[in-house]
Design a protein. Sequence first.
Length: 248
Amino acid sequence: MLQEDNKDKEDLSNALMMDSVVKTFGDIRAVDGINIQIKDRERVALLGENGAGKTTTIKIISGLMKPDKGMVRIYGHKPSSIEAKRYIGYLPEDASPYLNLSVRENLDYIGTIRRTENVQEKIEFFLDLLDLKSMEKQKPLTLSRGNRQKLCLALSIIHEPRFAIMDEPLNYLDIPTQEKVFDYFEKMNATFLISTHILSIARRLTEKVIILSSGKKVWEGQIKELEDLAEGTKTIESIVSELMKNVS
Ligand code: ATP
């Protein structure tokens, strides 16, 4: 258990400490006593079947939802604190930009309130990287779903967060954009927690996997361990689906 008297001290070696966290919705135990520790600069994928509790877990970590029980600390700070928010870049599953602002105005507004260094340079960089330059004056609802996702992705990382927390970040993106995003994430000097159903994304972006099932953590280990479990005879996907069924 974490020490209560130590809970708000900055701890730059641990991006996330999550201890015995519970979240219920009526009779549903969406998160059922989960413990997770993520070290600074570690890259972790969160896997689990539909309804396993991934989004709820990520919302709790990002400070969007309060757990019923348990403790969560981001670099030693409560998720709702200004200190934790400074570290976090959060891309929700159903991300939406400000609909009354243009693409460029969204980047400018979020970049500025998140105190981004050289914000104008960053805006140009992301417009160029994500091929949004020709759409910079458009309002989000006039964009395709994929282009809107590109904007949301840029908004979540424009301030170069130390801890990127992302729910299905590559949803709707075309293959060339996915490749550019893979390259960019690789260069980011950040901790990553990425929720995804797509194992190839987990393998490209992370080195460690946490598997949830029915609100519980059922497996945690390196991607390499999953490959070893598959022993060249099974697919990693089949190993992961077996592990997802291991609920005690
Ligand atoms: P998916 O892969 O389908 O997105 P998930 O692993 O992200 O699923 P959650 O969205 O965290 O799962 O949901 C976990 C459980 O909590 C599900 O049974 C879901 O129906 C329930 N749940 C989540 N949010 C709410 C809510 N606001 N009200 C009631 N039940 C909820």
